[in-house]
Design a protein around this ligand. Structure first.
Ligand code: SF4
Length: 727
């Protein structure tokens, strides 16, 4: 049984387990509440059983019009997260002896406000900063309240987990389509050829696409004769589910994409769509000519013939769709790779058409809203060249967080961390821990205490996903089948927990700023109501209906309605990529010079972890899942005299760690893999995570200047050169 089969089940597959659970069914006062999962983009429908304000069961919503009874284990184990006794319950303040003491909300907010004012008056706004983690993307009311607070505060140094996994998609979309939020969705149901780069939908359920049970669509596609091809350094769980794999060296996708485009340009030629809707097509053609199949094959680790055959097959497919995910984003050149992926769709006539890639508008037309106002230029920051931060999806590089905190010129002295754990989720753990200890004020807002909040002055308990009202905002513009869903708070927040929006509005009051809490009649949903009204719906209707299905935009409207460039054309050779294109050539030279036996470390996501959270769910940490293995190909192990199960020492130029090894032929030789999010350490307040700490592979990653993609500020997190020896 594969990992995916073990843990990702449709509701039907889960029936027998549910029957057993029903025998221990809750008290007769139990009621069911329709809600949805807030873990990733698909927002799968859930039915919650509640008794006495306690959440006692989560199950798939079989009647959900979009997810139709599909949930994965991360959705179902949301119950364990919700009921975890180690969750934060009350506001905590650090005492003089270094421990935490419970304080009232008023004491916590007054103390934070006083300290913040003091730091600001002594050092100005440059001393203030924030770091925002991934769960905030699935928390609709958080963003406006946090953003409003930060604007009134005058803070401008903002970091987020986006520069760990997706900032480059925003940067590329803006340069190519004129807006950061135009991300064409692959039409799996009608394509004859489906090409996926660095994706593992069986485990990760697709990022930047909201599609429950995407694996079923891939299986269906294969059954009706479509070709499904995964490009990946690992034979993933998704490959076992549907399709075949082209095993490539990590971090080389951009060269494969360039070579495919070159083969199409010099072979069958570009489709008429490209000439009709593309600008600067000649420059694109000239650029990809630098990377013919014969020149890039060795670096990618495949035959030139395989590249030529693939290009011909793509061009010959009647309808082909394309997708790229974090396996590429987290490398060094995700922005250029995402650009070239869009070019592949355009030059084969598959952009904005059924069976190709289409735009999904949803309940609000977001593409124009995230358009031209954001800064697009590169700047020389205090730590080198980078993308000027600001606007949707592009922040300061997370890999520079420690540098900005300790910058002698203008250090950050007060930092807010929201639903984030940068200590474990970015490179350079030790230097970041040291930097956090130099702060005068660190405030962490979260549902859990974590490795970052170990360094905090205040830790504030946020309401969990089932303790607050919400809508499925994260899928807006990315939904395979557009819909909008409202969930009430399934249960009232327990203990002293509060919704994140309330925390920032209350803090605004303590700072003397404008706040929604100033007016008893203020509607926290007013902004969403206005967005819904742009499509003739309303919050009142949504509260009544709970789910509103929306028509899918016509694929062919892509160019006329959604592309935001002034000339309405797709930019095929964005001028803002000039420096990145030079860098692409130098990285190619570096890869070409690497030794044949150079090992590369990639990130391996699994069904039991979600970044650095879900680490405290006991049922997901049963043996053998209680160990963070290094996965290695048997041929690489034999060469280094490493046996299966042996302890190995992994070193990079940035750090080292020791962990047990697992041998697997699923990896391309020369590639090793680990799952991130481990390494909570002996000081963790999370009992399960502490007992199954494992090693943090991000200790092997680069951090600081030069460790990110300048054009998007995206950290270099996969395809890391390492050495592995017996420990
Ligand atoms: S696929 Fe994502 S949204 Fe759906 S149940 Fe799993 S974690 Fe939740």
């Amino acid at each position: 049984m594969t990992d995916a089969e073990d843990t990702t089940q449709s509701s039907n597959e889960r029936d027998s387990k549910e029957e057993k659970q029903d025998r221990t069914a809750p008290a007769t006062d139990a009621r069911r509440v329709r809600t949805f999962c807030r873990v990733c983009e698909p927002a799968c429908g859930l039915l919650a059983t509640v008794a006495d304000n306690r959440l006692i069961k989560l199950e798939a919503d079989r009647d959900h019009p979009i997810s139709k009874g599909f949930v994965c284990n991360k959705g179902i184990y949301g119950l364990d997260v919700h009921n975890d006794p180690d969750r934060l319950k009350v506001p905590l303040k650090r005492t003089r002896d270094g421990s935490f003491e419970p304080v009232s909300w008023d004491d916590a907010l007054s103390g934070i406000a006083a300290k913040l004012k003091d730091i600001q008056s002594r050092h100005g706004n440059g001393a203030l900063g924030s770091y925002t983690g991934n769960p905030t993307a699935f928390n609709t009311l958080y963003g406006p309240s946090f953003g409003g607070f930060m604007r009134q505060l005058g803070a401008y140094k903002h970091f987020s987990s986006g520069t760990q996994d997706c900032a480059n998609k925003f940067a590329a979309s803006e340069a190519v389509f004129g807006t950061r939020t135009l991300h064409p969705v692959p039409d799996f149901e009608h394509a004859d050829f489906i090409l996926l780069f660095g994706a593992n939908p069986a485990i990760s359920h697709m990022s930047f696409v909201s599609l429950p049970n995407s694996m079923q669509l891939l299986k269906d596609a294969e059954s009706r004769g479509a070709r499904v091809l995964h490009v990946n350094p690992r034979r993933t769980e998704s490959v076992r589910g549907a399709g075949e794999v082209l095993l490539v060296r990590p971090d080389t996708d951009v060269y494969l994409l360039a070579a495919l485009l070159n083969e199409i340009a010099t072979g069958p030629g570009f489709a008429a769509q490209a000439y009709h809707h593309g600008a600067n097509l000649d420059a694109l053609e000239e650029f990809v000519a630098r990377y013919p199949a014969s020149a890039v094959a060795e670096v990618i680790g495949i035959d030139a013939t395989a590249i030529r055959d693939l290009a011909q097959n793509i061009a010959a497919a009647e309808r082909a769709c394309f997708y790229m995910s974090t396996g590429v984003n987290m490398g060094r050149q995700g922005t250029l790779a995402y650009w070239l992926l869009q070019m592949l769709a355009l030059v084969t006539g598959n952009l904005g058409r059924e069976g190709g890639n289409f735009y999904s508008q949803g309940f609000y037309e977001r593409a124009p809203a995230a358009g031209a106002s954001a800064p697009r230029d590169m700047v020389d920051g205090p730590f080198g060249r980078m993308r000027r931060p600001g606007g949707v999806g592009i922040n300061l590089p997370g890999n520079l967080l420690a540098d900005y905190i300790t910058n002698p010129e203008e250090p950050i002295r007060a930092l807010f961390v929201n639903s984030g754990n940068p200590v474990l989720s970015i490179g350079g753990e030790e230097r970041l821990r040291d930097a956090l200890d130099t702060l005068e004020l660190l405030v962490c807002v979260d549902i859990y205490p974590n490795a970052t909040s170990e360094h905090a002055d205040y830790v504030l308990p946020a309401a969990g996903a089932f303790e607050r009202e919400d809508i499925n905002i994260a899928g807006l513009g990315l939904q395979y089948r557009p819909s909008v869903q409202f969930t009430p708070a399934v249960v009232e927040p327990a203990f002293e927990r509060r919704p994140d929006w309330w925390i920032y509005e209350a803090l605004a009051q303590h700072m003397g700023f404008r706040s929604l809490l100033d007016d008893d009649r203020a509607d926290v949903w007013a902004r969403i109501d206005a967005m819904l009204r742009s499509r003739q719906h309303s919050m009142r209707e949504l509260r009544e209906e709970q789910i509103i299905e929306l028509p899918r935009s016509k694929p062919e409207d892509f160019f006329e309605r959604f592309v935001q460039n002034e000339d309405q054309r797709v930019q095929c050779f964005p001028p803002e990529f000039a420096e990145a294109i030079e860098r692409m050539a130098s990285i190619f030279a570096e890869l070409s010079a690497e030794g044949a036996d150079q090992l590369k470390l990639i990130t391996k996501r699994d069904a039991y972890m979600l970044n650095s959270w879900y680490a405290n769910v006991e049922k997901l940490k049963q043996a053998p899942r209680d160990v963070n293995y290094l996965f290695m190909h048997p041929a690489d192990a034999e060469q280094r005299q490493i046996a299966d199960g042996a302890s190995v020492r992994i070193t990079s130029t940035h750090g080292e760690l020791t962990t047990p090894v697992r041998l697997t032929e699923d990896l391309k030789p020369g590639v090793v893999a680990m799952t991130h999010g481990w390494g909570h350490g002996p000081g963790s307040a999370l009992a399960v995570a502490r007992a199954t700490s494992g090693s943090n592979p991000n200790r092997l990653l680069p951090a600081g200047p030069g460790s990110f993609e300048p054009v998007s500020n995206q950290a270099h997190m996969t395809g890391i050169a390492v050495e592995v020896v017996p420990a």
